[in-house]
Design a binder for this molecule. Structure first.
Ligand code: C2E
Ligand code: MG
Ligand code: MG
Ligand code: MG
Length: 281
């Protein structure tokens, strides 16, 4: 089996995910069957308001468990799903499932939770994205004000002009919008100012070292100031300990998510968590 850097000619067939041609064909086949076999799940990671300590939202994160196999993390199959276009039906399933879950939580009497859904570049470029979101909101009966869509900075800045138009229509529908992995791409500030978005999510690579790397601390501090100057909320990703949280609180970061509070968990665990906090209050 060819591995990157093995020095033989097979390495030409090794793609960016470190797989050879056979591996990726096999993966593609399995991925094509995964939807009909019902092998996908959404896990949800709580998002906490830093000032009040309350869970105000959750991010939906895709999980794939092939029959009889181990859980495959999204980083291992989303790039291939993007390349093959399979991300479109998979993404539709994610959006529909997250909308239905939001509605179910509302009906169960849970305090309102904003459910965030990740969109990939391919989904964002769809001509019918706005219609699709409108239709799913209608069909599931979810509240669009508590639905957020996350698009990475890199994907948005590939065609910021088109993004402005799409964001406007989604914003008119009442849906919230967030730029994900902020700081890893190159944002045009003039565009950023024109986007009718709600929040910036600071990439976890910056949060990781904030308490001991002065450069990362400066970046996080600057992103918070930039976002606030544009009346945007800031969400920190990947918060793993109390000192990172303390830094973020001192610098006025609005929300956070990370293993310090909770890993992404199944919907039932979110319900249990919300009922516990309500009982405690
Ligand atoms: P993302 O949207 O930036 O999601 C955050 C990732 O950071 C998640 O990884 C989450 O589990 C992880 N994370 C959260 N807190 C911590 C922490 O404290 N420490 C560490 N080390 N990691 C933390 P995950 O679930 O593996 O997802 C990876 C990426 O895959 C996501 O990054 C997103 O870009 C993509 N993805 C996930 N679900 C979907 C989906 O439904 N559709 C699309 N298009 N992309 C998705
Ligand atoms: Mg995200
Ligand atoms: Mg992110
Ligand atoms: Mg990411």
């Amino acid at each position: 089996r060819a591995k990157a850097g093995s020095g033989n000619t097979y390495e030409f067939y090794v793609n960016s995910m470190g797989m050879d041609a056979m591996d990726s064909l096999r993966l593609e086949g399995a991925l094509r069957r995964a939807l009909e076999r019902d092998e996908f799940q959404l896990h949800y990671q709580p998002q906490v308001d830093i000032a009040t300590g309350t869970v105000v939202g959750v991010e939906a994160l895709l999980r794939w468990q092939p029959q009889g196999g181990a859980m495959v993390p999204p980083g291992d199959f989303i790039p291939l799903a993007e390349q093959t276009g399979l991300i479109v039906p998979i993404g539709d399933w994610v959006l529909a499932t997250a909308c239905a879950q939001q509605k179910a939580w509302r009906e169960a009497g849970l305090p309102p939770l904003t459910v965030s859904v990740n969109l990939s570049a391919r989904q964002f470029q769809r001509q019918d994205l706005v219609e699709l979101v409108a239709r799913l909101v209608r069909e599931t009966g979810c509240d669009p004000r508590y639905l957020a869509l996350e698009i990475t900075e890199t994907d948005v800045m590939e065609n910021p002009q088109a993004a402005v138009a799409i964001f406007r229509q989604l914003n008119e529908m009442g849906v919230q919008l967030a730029i994900d992995d902020f700081g890893t791409g190159y944002s045009s500030l003039s565009y950023l100012k024109r986007f009718p978005i709600d929040s910036l999510k600071i990439d976890r690579s910056f949060v990781h070292d904030i308490t001991h790397d002065i450069d990362d601390a400066t970046i996080v501090h600057s992103v918070i100031a930039l976002a606030h100057s544009m009346h945007l909320k800031v969400v920190a990703e990947g918060v793993e300990d109390a000192r990172q949280l303390q830094f973020l609180r001192e610098h006025g970061c609005d929300q956070m998510q990370g293993y310090y509070v909770s890993k992404p968990v199944p919907a039932s665990a979110i319900e249990a968590m919300m009922q516990r906090t309500r009982a405690a209050a």
